[in-house]
Design a protein around this ligand. Structure first.
Ligand SMILES: [Fe+2]
Ligand SMILES: [Fe+2]
Length: 143
């Protein structure tokens, strides 16, 4: 456990936040499935939340004396509500796993500011996960 390990995880977090921000915004733009127009606006709302996460984590990296990455992790859009839900559930579960690790590491390093930031972000990722799980349940029920 070290500061450099934490920095690497924070850089990974920024790349992932940029990825899901683009991913959800493009799913919002490209959505053409007759389920619920609320799904489209929720995708847009969450995309903006993810970009704010990227901003906050990037700012924390700068405070710690490091440069945030500028390239997102690979974006995956998917075709159809069920596939989109699966891809996004996977992305949110990955974020929750990564942020749980960051929280552990920040606690061990007595980095209270990073810890507080990720407690807030993790709560929002758990809400996102619930939204995509509901989307998946609805998509499955409509088949
Ligand atoms: Fe996020
Ligand atoms: Fe999220």
């Amino acid at each position: 456990m070290s500061q450099s390990e934490l920095v690497e995880l924070l850089r990974e977090a920024v790349a992932r936040e940029m990825q899901v921000s683009i991913q959800y915004m493009w799913q919002h733009v490209l959505w053409r499935y007759p389920i619920d127009t609320n799904v489209r606006s929720e995708l847009k709302r969450i995309a903006i939340v993810e970009m704010k996460h990227a901003e906050k984590i990037a700012e924390r990296l700068i405070e710690l004396g490091h440069t945030p990455p500028t390239d997102p992790s690979p974006v995956c859009i998917g075709a159809g509500p069920e596939e989109i839900a699966d891809i996004d559930i996977n992305a949110e579960q990955g974020a929750i796993q990564l942020y749980t690790r960051i929280l552990d590491l920040a606690r061990q390093l007595n980095d209270y500011k990073t810890h507080e930031l990720f407690q807030q972000i993790l709560k929002e990722e758990e809400e996102h996960l619930r939204f995509f799980q509901q989307l998946k349940a609805r998509a499955t029920a409509q088949q």
